[in-house]
Design a protein around this ligand. Structure first.
Ligand code: SF4
Length: 396
């Protein structure tokens, strides 16, 4: 297998790994690439059309073309949900660090990739595999002077000094917890150790942030940290997932949790398990953003008796139905934390309201619409200068 075939093989199989936000569909992205970038010499015309990469948005809002791939799809572990688990019959591929770094440099030169998310199957233990990922990142940064976005995966069992080195080289580091606690992880990955192998590296990242100044990192910033759960893979509840997510956000400054919905993979122990409704993934993202950005606590979220989020209801809207119908929020004097609790008002909308009302009182929904508010959604939960906008009747 040549390098391009290897990359094709490895990047095709990483669609389950999440980073950033998808922006446009892959076909229009490939069309753009065809029009704008000559392929490197090692890419045939057919290969240049292949979706090695994905449009993505970085934490700072920058839009880039991201390559998500593995250094190796060979793995000695046997996680029940994973297509790379040991013993599963498929064609595996492995890059040496200098091979991958050289190929990626060609991709960036041809403007076919502007960032990379690099993970790996485990071979020879987590420490040895982490060393290979670090060696690859070192070559990219030093030999090829790569200055773009790099998301490095921390391997289960990596050591603290390896985590530190990864932080020095990357813009983002991640450890996939896969499940919310030890008991649930045992149902998914019996040879991963939740506290020591997975949670501990996330704690180390935060310890390092607290003790090492940001200027010691490659671009003068500490890298952000994310994790990923296999939502529904261990029959865990949404409350369990969000309890762990909330703890991580408060205690180790987790930037984001990803919740890809479980879907069964042929020839794995979970191949007969039912796929999870993608709406569950969507509700978990909505709830995690409420915890991270909107001042919500776990107890504010509308969990069912089974400790799950209702699939049919937006969690912010469900909270507002229970709490704001009888106590609507006055748009003209509420602080930002209250404004963003209203469905249809986001962080930017709340700031726009605060700026606009310094000049004039806001008295109708059309004024809110002009400020970026989804006025119809917000209307049942607010007052405009003492009046409910739907009826425009005075409250008193
Ligand atoms: S360690 Fe990672 S690559 Fe290996 S089987 Fe588990 S999830 Fe898959």
């Amino acid at each position: 297998m040549d390098d391009v075939q290897k990359l094709k093989n490895l990047s095709e199989q990483t669609t389950f790994e999440a980073d950033g936000e998808p922006l446009v569909n892959a076909s229009s992205h490939r069309e753009t690439m065809r029009l704008s970038s000559p392929p490197p010499a090692c890419f045939s015309p057919k290969e240049k059309d292949h979706a090695f990469t994905h449009p993505a948005q970085l934490p700072n809002g920058q839009k880039i073309i991201l390559l998500k791939t593995l250094l190796s799809s060979a793995c000695e572990r046997d996680c029940f949900y994973c297509p790379f688990r040991a013993g599963r019959d498929f064609r595996r591929a492995t890059f040496k660090p200098d091979e991958f770094a050289g190929l990626f440099s060609k991709l960036t030169d041809a403007k076919m990739a502007e960032g990379v998310f690099l993970s790996s199957g485990i071979a020879g233990g987590g420490i040895r595999t982490q060393d290979k990922l670090l060696a690859t990142a070192e070559i990219m940064r030093k030999k090829y002077n790569y200055r773009g976005y790099l998301h490095l995966k921390i391997m289960p069992g990596a050591e603290k000094d390896q985590v530190y080195r990864a932080m020095q080289l990357a813009d983002r580091v991640s450890v996939n917890l896969e499940a919310p606690n030890t008991e649930r992880l045992a149902r998914l990955a019996p040879h991963k150790i939740f506290l020591e192998e997975l949670l501990q590296p996330l704690k180390w990242v935060e310890e390092i942030r607290k003790t090492v100044p940001a200027y010691k990192f490659w671009n003068g910033h500490w890298p952000s940290t994310v994790t990923q759960f296999v939502a529904g893979g261990s029959d865990e509840s949404d409350l369990e997932l969000l309890t762990t997510t909330s703890w991580l956000m408060k205690n180790v400054r987790l930037k984001r949790a990803y919740f890809p919905a479980f879907h069964p993979i042929r020839d794995t122990p979970l191949e007969n398990k039912t796929a999870v409704d993608p709406m569950r993934e969507h509700r978990l993202y909505q709830a995690s953003f409420l915890l991270r950005d909107y001042g919500f606590d776990l107890e504010d979220l509308p969990f069912t008796h089974e400790s799950n989020l209702p699939l049919h209801a937006d969690p912010k809207q469900a909270w507002a139905q229970m709490n704001l119908i009888e106590n609507p929020i006055e748009i003209n004097n509420a602080d930002k934390l209250h404004l963003i609790k209203i469905p249809g008002i986001g962080l930017k909308g709340a700031e726009a309201i605060i700026n606009a009302r310094r000049i004039n009182k806001l008295r109708d929904l059309s004024s809110l619409k002009k400020l970026g508010v989804i006025a119809e959604r917000a209307a049942p939960y607010l007052l405009l200068d003492g009046y409910k906008p739907a009826t425009q009747l005075p409250l008193l």
